[in-house]
Ligand binder design. Structure first.
Ligand SMILES: N[C@@H](CCC(=O)N[C@@H](CS)C(=O)NCC(=O)O)C(=O)O
Length: 219
């Protein structure tokens, strides 16, 4: 049965599911659904009104974490969750950390510099961006740096997993917000981010998003 993902490309949670599907080589249709002005029909399948939401025939499922966990069961290969109990639990932790804390420190500058500009026709509040960059990002980047081994694209056990899909998806918001991560201060994180984003699954999404923003007159 064919898979439909409701959402729009620049959402990090939609990107997470799209990368997950691409890594598993599963075809899907992306059906445009904005995260505002949701219809009663959309709220019926995604009660929090959020994107993404998966639809497979009669079956519908909101929430990127639930969707990825479901897809792991329906499309087992390649495995994107570790099999070892502790590594599995750590991968879920990093997924949660990315979806909550990293979402805050990467999503806020993205909202200010991209969403406000393109969709609300307002100037970004650079004071908010500076506060995030100077105060909120450093402890988060310090933590990720402390958890990474050199030369890997896998936060858990050195193997690429849901932890990296969630983390890489959030870090991509910074690219669109034109914010660099200081490679002298966080060398392992920057090298890791570059390796994760070089994977064809991420590369295709990020390139498509850049084209969308260029066509909307981002820069
Ligand atoms: N926990 C959800 C979060 C999804 C989420 O927050 N999506 C944002 C767009 S990036 C959204 O739909 N926001 C609309 C809203 O909160 O009403 C998931 O993992 O799918």
């Amino acid at each position: 049965m064919s898979i439909v993902i409701h959402g729009v490309p620049p959402s990090p949670f939609v990107r997470k599911v799209r990368v997950f599907l691409a890594e598993k080589n599963v075809p899907y249709e992306l059906k445009p659904q904005q995260p505002i002005g949701q219809s009663p029909e959309y709220l019926a399948i995604s009660p929090l009104g959020k994107i993404p939401c998966l639809q497979e025939g009669e079956f519908t499922l909101p929430d990127s974490s639930a969707i990825c966990a479901y897809l792991e069961r329906t499309h087992a290969k390649p495995a994107l969750y570790p099999s070892d109990a502790r590594q599995y639990a750590r991968a879920l932790w990093f997924e949660e950390y990315a979806d909550s804390k990293l979402a805050e420190v990467c999503g806020t500058p993205f909202f200010q510099r991209v969403v406000r500009k393109l969709f609300f026709k307002q100037a970004p509040d650079e004071k908010i961006v500076a506060e995030i960059v100077n105060e909120k990002q450093p402890p988060v980047f310090d933590y990720l740096e402390s958890q990474l081994e050199s030369g890997t694209d896998g936060l858990v056990g050195g193997r690429f997993s849901i932890a990296d899909i969630a983390t890489g998806s959030m870090l991509a918001q910074l690219i669109h917000a034109d914010l660099a991560i200081d490679a002298r201060r966080w060398p392992k994180l920057v090298a890791y981010r570059d390796r994760v984003h070089a994977r064809p699954s991420f590369k295709a999404c990020i390139e498509q998003e850049k084209q969308i923003f260029a066509s909307l007159g981002k820069n």
